[in-house]
Ligand binder design. Structure first.
Ligand code: ZN
Length: 383
């Protein structure tokens, strides 16, 4: 099942998305605060005051989470790493940063920015409470203190060296800085992350069967810990897999895998004249479409199959192609790992390889995946 996220706005040009699973976290936190935490902490207030306090707390806490993610995103943008979105989901928030940092120091700053923002927010909420007299008699006192504490917890928790959490990224960047080896740093950090994840799952299980294990003293927090552990384990394992793929792909450059001298066709030719008899023999055919002597776009089997056969004799190459403006060009020397990353980020199937303004070849995503399959790094048949 694929659950769709929706957009609620944007900050600094970065879309803020909400995954529907986030409502579980929102509802559960509000309910726990309104019916358990605030009634126990501030007995003299009425039921509706507790609900209002819970609502204010949860809203401001999610603003805090967005600001934590925004801090990561702004540092990433400062290092010219594109950020696709900030997404709220059941475990909190995540900034979708499209690519790895080029230097360990960049990663260190990018990862540390989030917890730093959380500590600043804790100081702001704590400072506001102090400025208002530091009482414990009004609802706002409880809300501000709760927000200060939660931001401290968020910052500290994220600094655990459990990759891919922030602390794990800081840990990786330090190993990377010391060893100069990104592959080894990722492997060490990801295995450490998996260790933390397994420990979390174990502690969660202990809490569920009734043991009081400091980090989780009841079955609900135990279940939460197991869920978080499984999520972390899965992310760390994916990072390990990706790490191996990247190492393999760094052995090649665009010119090693490009399709040289792709057939050049005229924009006015019909899809039928280009597809008939060809698609069956060579489903991966790629044409360069020319208009008045220059590259207008790329037409591959994929685009031709999108055209219903009944329209093959009326639709032209120019109409069916991926236009030049939607293409991202590579240079001959570009590492294939970077080519694939760009293709994944931009959802591309082909990238022309350009030299001195002239197209010298085309790299197809299929070809790269084929390399990985040959190296035994991908299952034999993946589409
Ligand atoms: Zn973070």
């Amino acid at each position: 099942m694929h659950i769709r996220t929706f957009r609620v706005g944007s900050l600094a040009g970065i879309p803020i998305l909400v995954n529907p699973s986030w409502f579980v976290l929102f509802g559960l936190t509000t309910w726990l605060l309104a019916t358990q935490f605030y009634p126990a902490a501030f007995e003299s207030a009425g039921r509706w005051t507790h609900y209002a306090m819970a609502a204010a707390s949860v809203l401001l806490f999610f603003v805090s989470i967005i600001l934590h993610e925004l801090a990561h995103a702004l540092v990433a943008k400062a290092f010219r790493i594109p950020v696709r979105s900030i997404t709220l989901f059941i475990l909190g928030g995540v900034a979708q940063i499209t690519r790895e940092a080029a230097k360990p120091v960049h990663e260190l700053l990018m990862a540390a920015a989030g917890p730093f923002a959380s500590f600043v927010l804790a100081a702001v909420f704590g400072g506001a409470w102090f400025a208002l007299g530091a009482h414990d008699t009004r609802p706002i006192d409880y809300v501000l203190v709760w927000l200060a504490l939660m931001n401290i917890i968020l910052g500290v928790f994220n600094l655990l060296p459990a990759f891919p959490m922030d602390g794990g990224r800081v840990f990786r960047s330090i190993i990377w800085l010391v060893t100069g080896n990104h592959y080894r740093a990722t492997a060490i950090a990801a295995w450490t992350g998996r260790g933390f994840a397994f420990a979390g799952i174990g502690l969660g299980l202990a809490a569920i069967v009734g043991r009081d294990v400091w980090v989780a003293e009841d079955p609900l927090s135990g279940a939460w810990l197991i869920f978080l552990g499984l999520f972390l384990e899965n992310s760390a394992r994916k990072s390990l897999e990706q790490n191996r793929l990247v190492r393999e792909l760094r052995l090649y450059r665009a010119e090693d895998v490009m399709h040289r001298d792709p057939p050049i066709v005229d924009g006015g030719q019909t899809v039928g004249s280009l597809a008939r008899g060809v698609l069956d023999l060579n489903p991966r055919v790629v044409y360069m479409v020319q208009d008045e002597g220059s590259l207008a776009g790329i037409l591959s089997g994929y685009q031709m199959r999108e055209v219903p056969p009944a329209e093959w004799d009326t639709v032209t190459a120019r109409q069916a192609m991926v236009p030049r403006s939607a293409l991202h060009a590579a240079t001959r020397e570009l590492l294939v790992s970077d080519v694939l990353l760009e293709m994944e980020t931009e959802d591309l199937l082909h990238m022309p390889v350009v030299e001195n303004g002239r197209v010298v070849g085309i790299v197809a995503r299929d070809r790269i995946l084929g390399l990985l399959r040959q190296a035994g790094l991908l299952p034999a048949r993946v589409q």
